[in-house]
Design a protein around this ligand. Structure first.
Ligand SMILES: Cc1cc2nc3c(=O)[nH]c(=O)nc-3n(C[C@H](O)[C@H](O)[C@H](O)COP(=O)(O)OP(=O)(O)OC[C@H]3O[C@@H](n4cnc5c(N)ncnc54)[C@H](O)[C@@H]3O)c2cc1C
Length: 385
């Protein structure tokens, strides 16, 4: 089947599924800061969250291109794929670097949704974007690691069975390069919570199920190590491009939803005896937002195609994430402005999307850090940090 047709079929199928979860569904969850269990179950049952898992492990073996279309359509429908996007891509680290027995044990269950692996623990309160400085320590003692430390902004930990945790296994003053000595552990949250791991929810401006994690001598079996000890930073970097492309696609979905809503309202709202959208002062910002969303979408597909061909795509994935996040944020501002006072009313959902899409200026990587990457790695400018 031609790729474009696959996308059309896929787009329509995801849109149909999302129709059962209208604005009122997301609005109600947002007000209660509740997790979209029913939506995530529907997406899982339809197999969409297993898009990137190879068929031999029970997934559909699709590429990042198709996975990105799925997440885009969720946001394009007014939903918020952030509730479950990590179930799609967190397993990539296990797939690429896990042992044969880890893959056999976990991937088929992740594919069916019996196991949720949608929590990824990198960020720490005192070190932030400077990942190599992270302080959570895992010390090997016979057949176990003892984990001590703290993580912050670890999303969906309360709705996940497994956590991919980035820890230091060799203290930073014992390694030659600061990227060495980091490792990745696959922590079983079902047994860890209450036995050395405490999860505390953080209430945020949008409904995001994010948390703080406290590790107080948590015992983790040594066979939970993914790949080789000390190589965790490289494994972490390997997974970032897929995440950036998928989140770019969500921003594209948000951007299109916001432009649609602004356009619709601008046509319907009559002030001074004419639709407000007849005024160029109202229509030009909407048109510009549309132009920027469409331009960002080209970079998203370029990055996704490179990724799926197995070619280097770090620059394109980062640029796609930056352009798409900027475009959706611009569209959000325009949608609020177009709606006038109603832009601030919960019943119009525009303010909700405004809050949701604002996140992508900061997470999973902030705009400044993308610019620093492009400056250094694409343009050859001196490293700034
Ligand atoms: C809702 C939410 C969900 C998240 N989910 C997860 C998750 O599931 N797992 C996880 O591990 N993390 C998660 N994060 C963390 C997220 O990845 C970080 O917030 C992000 O990478 C920025 O790190 P920081 O917050 O520590 O900011 P900091 O690193 O403290 O940076 C603060 C500001 O300073 C700027 N800055 C810092 N250094 C430089 C520099 N050298 N040059 C220019 N500007 C600089 C940054 O761009 C930023 O604007 C989440 C965050 C949020 C808010």
């Amino acid at each position: 089947m031609p790729v474009a047709e696959l996308h059309q079929d896929l787009r329509h199928a995801v849109r149909d599924l999302c129709k059962a979860f209208p604005d009122t569904y997301w609005r109600d969850l947002d007000a209660r800061r509740a997790y979209p269990d029913a939506f995530v179950k529907a997406l899982t049952d339809a197999g969409y969250l297993a898009a990137l898992i190879p068929e031999e492990y029970g997934g559909s073996g699709l590429g990042v291109t198709e996975a990105s279309v799925i997440l885009e359509e969720v946001n394009r429908s007014g939903g918020n794929a952030a509730a479950c996007h990590a179930q799609m891509y967190t397993m990539g680290t296990l797939l690429r670097h896990g042992s044969a027995s880890q893959k056999r044990a976990f991937l088929p269950k992740i594919a069916t949704g019996e196991l949720r692996l949608q929590a990824f623990g990198v960020t720490e309160p005192t070190t932030g974007s400077d990942t190599t400085q992270l302080k959570t320590m895992a010390t090997r003692k016979g057949d176990i690691y003892i984990v001590r430390g703290q993580k912050v902004w670890i999303s969906r930990a309360e709705h996940s069975d497994l956590l991919l945790l980035v820890v230091r296994t060799t203290p930073i003053d014992h390694v030659k390069k600061r990227t060495e000595g980091l490792s990745i552990l696959l922590v079983d949250l079902r047994t860890a919570v209450g036995r050395g791991l405490t999860i505390r929810p953080i209430r945020t401006m949008m409904n995001h199920a994010t948390t703080e994690l406290f590790f107080d001598d948590l015992e983790v079996p040594a066979d939970a190590l993914v790949g080789e000890e000390g190589k965790g930073f490289r494994y972490l970097i390997d997974g970032l491009n897929a995440e950036r492309i998928l989140i770019a696609a969500e921003c594209i979905g948000d951007g299109r939803w916001l432009v649609d809503r602004a356009t619709r309202y601008a046509c319907e709202r009559v002030v001074f005896n004419r639709p407000i959208g007849q005024n160029q002062g109202v229509q030009f910002p909407i048109a510009r937002a549309h132009v920027n969303v469409e331009a960002a979408d080209l970079m998203r597909f370029k990055a996704a195609e490179l990724f799926d061909r197995g070619e280097p795509c770090g620059a394109e994935a980062n640029m796609a994430k930056l352009l798409a996040a900027d475009a959706s944020w611009e569209a959000a501002n325009v949608a609020v402005q177009t709606h006038g006072g109603f832009g601030f009313a919960e019943d119009y959902d525009v303010e909700r999307k405004f809050r949701e899409t604002r996140l992508y200026q900061v997470a999973p990587i902030s705009t400044n850090l993308i610019l620093a990457y492009v400056a250094e790695h694409v343009l050859g400018l001196p490293r700034s940090y």
